[in-house]
Design a protein. Structure first.
Length: 613
């Protein structure tokens, strides 16, 4: 089930790292046909996969069927992610929504729309998997309840992002400058993120238990027993709740909440119905162990560690993508937008980074924390025999193999073996605690080193010099190899020099590019922008800027080129024409409309000033 968390986060990364293109790959009708055709094919493929497994239930053992079902569920979920990526990058669905006022004002609403689309894809998987699931595991659960339980369990992983992004959108939409200035500054962004991360970690359980439709465990034998155990462990909590996941038919329990006032102990109906009183005690003792060992707090810091790694490696990943030689050749041979290619590869790199971190680093700690929580039973009881018998019942009831591991738990067989070693020799508990402590120490030390290196790469002089040298060397090497007749490479070199305020070198590179290809709209546009806006008057040439901008606009009528034309007209004092060009640019823009609108307002304000004078 926890794999669903990964799927949702990957889908969110796919969406959030995509930069909408101003031109879509297909027309509206073609996109619509492709969109629904792909959904239909996906549905048919899912249905065939799980129908085949359901038919196997009459001739194969449960272990084989369990493996087949789990593999198919993973494959189809990954395919759902791939289909979602095709929607974003291939069909450019988000580009068709650019310019809609509501989505421009509150971008989180558009993101929610696409997350709902992804939920729909996973719902197709779960709906088709239901019959096989019911036959393999003898589960008395309706299709609707099975799908709804999967959704309800997984969707809360998006809660931190939803609150963080939604509140930020509302702040930026308010007509107050100070909150916007604070929120858009690097320091303000960091402070806002940390504040919200801890706020959600503290208050999130209150919202999640409502979303899951949990209800208080009624007064009676088991509630009294759990309360007594928590009192004995000195564990503070807000309530003990029924957890209706999968109709309460799973033998499981949970605990969520960093502070006692918002901490909830969750139990399913099956846990109380199938397990004996001592086994229920052992399961609750396991959950108490998570709290006493501060695992929930560590999970929060591990998430922050991922942010540190992402921050430290982001620029490096971008540089490696943009300036890799195979990418040069691919972009220039196919004519595909450089932005589309680099954004897509950046998304893949970020997703790969995420999967490696959570699968191998976060997963390592989750597995060992679970084992530590298992051993915590000995802090309340003299024996772990009831927990061992609980694991044996879970295997018998669920039909899962005891040797089946996953990324966040050791297999039940491994957990039972560890507890039996602890039964014979309690020093195994101290050994494992020491292993966890050493692992956390190494992790923290590594994060400190990575954080310092990331800061130097992003803000230090070393990183700045390295970035500039890396850029220049990569492009010059490609030019010297076989790109001396490639205007695009010289245009990129000009962009590099322009970006670091080497205006003379930028102008030389742009002129060389135009000597090779006088009809390169992007080079004409960028050179015109330099000549129109350069902060060094020595390199400013409004007349030539207007000439180049007109040529670029004659070749390509795109918003950013018309914006350059408007700016060139403006610096030549032709304000009325600048307003016309800026108006057209705004009408054509599918993204970044706030910028184009700001340009138009600037020109209108200049006209108003000149009229008053």
């Amino acid at each position: 089930m926890f794999g669903n968390f990964i799927y949702f986060i990957v889908a969110l990364l796919i969406y959030s790292t995509y930069q909408p293109s101003e031109q879509t790959n297909f027309a509206y009708l073609d996109t619509l046909i492709f969109f629904f055709s792909l959904i239909l094919l996906f549905f048919i493929f899912c249905r065939r996969q799980f129908t085949r497994i359901a038919r196997m239930s009459a001739t194969h053992g449960r272990d084989v069927l369990d493996q087949q079902f789990s593999s198919a569920l993973t494959r189809q979920s990954v395919l759902a992610i791939a289909l979602f990526a095709v929607d974003i990058y291939g069909l450019n669905l988000s580009s068709f929504l650019s310019g809609i006022w509501l989505f421009e004002a509150i971008p989180t609403l558009e993101a929610l729309l696409f997350m709902a689309l992804f939920v729909g894809y996973l719902a197709i998987v779960w709906a088709n998997a239901h019959d096989a699931y019911r036959q393999i595991y003898q589960a008395d659960i309706t299709r609707q309840a099975y799908v709804a339980s999967n959704i309800a369990f997984s969707v809360p992983v998006l809660l931190p992002w939803l609150l963080l992004s939604g509140v930020a959108d509302l702040i930026l939409a308010l007509p107050f400058d100070l909150p916007r200035q604070v929120l858009t500054s690097p320091e303000g962004e960091t402070a806002y993120f940390l504040f919200f991360l801890f706020a959600v970690a503290v208050l999130g359980p209150l919202i999640i238990q409502k979303f899951w439709r949990c209800r208080p465990l009624e007064a009676g034998y088991y509630r009294h027993r759990i309360e007594a155990l928590c009192q004995r462990a000195n564990l503070k909590y807000a309530d003990i709740l029924y957890w209706p996941i999968f109709g309460g038919r799973m033998i499981t329990a949970g605990v969520m909440g960093l502070v006692g006032r918002f901490r909830y102990i969750l139990v399913t109906d099956a846990l109380l119905r199938i397990l004996g009183p001592e086994e229920v005690d052992a399961v609750i003792a396991h959950e108490v162990g998570h709290v006493k060992k501060h695992h929930l707090l560590f999970y929060l810091f591990f998430f922050m560690g991922y942010m540190v790694i992402t921050y430290a490696t982001f620029d490096l990943i971008v540089y490696l993508i943009i300036f890799s030689e195979p990418l040069y050749r691919f972009v220039f041979m196919t004519g595909i937008s450089r932005t589309t290619v680099t954004t897509g590869l950046l998304s893949l790199a970020i997703i790969f980074n995420f999967l490696v971190y959570f699968r191998f680093i976060f997963g390592y700690f989750m597995r060992n924390f679970e084992r530590q929580a298992d051993a915590s039973v000995y802090g309340l009881f003299s024996s772990a025999a009831p927990l061992i018998s609980t694991f044996e019942k879970i295997v018998a009831v669920s039909g899962h193999s005891p040797d089946k591991p996953n990324w966040h738990h050791f297999s039940i067989g491994q957990r039972v073996d560890f507890l039996r070693r602890c039964e014979a020799d309690r020093t195994w508990i101290k050994r494992h605690d020491r292993k966890v402590l050493v692992s956390i120490t190494i992790y923290v030390a590594t994060m400190v080193v990575v954080g310092i290196a990331g800061y130097q790469l992003n803000f230090g002089q070393t990183g700045k010099h390295l970035n500039e040298k890396f850029f220049e060397t990569a492009i010059l090497n490609e030019i010297s190899r076989d790109g001396k007749s490639n205007a695009g490479l010289y245009g990129m070199l000009g962009d590099l020099y322009f970006g670091r305020n080497s205006f003379g070198q930028a102008a030389t590179a742009y002129r060389t590019a135009l000597d090779i290809d006088p009809a390169s709209a992007i080079v004409l546009n960028n050179f015109a922008w330099l000549l129109a806006t350069c902060e060094n008057p020595e390199y400013r040439n409004p007349e030539q800027a207007l000439e180049l901008a007109r040529k670029a606009a004659a070749i390509e009528q795109s918003p950013h080129i018309l914006d350059t034309l408007a700016e060139s007209l403006f610096v030549n004092g032709r304000i009325a024409e600048a307003i016309d060009a800026a108006t057209t640019a705004l009408e054509l823009a599918r993204s970044n409309r706030a910028y184009y609108n700001g340009q138009l307002e600037k020109f209108r304000a200049a006209r108003a000033d000149s009229t008053e004078k």
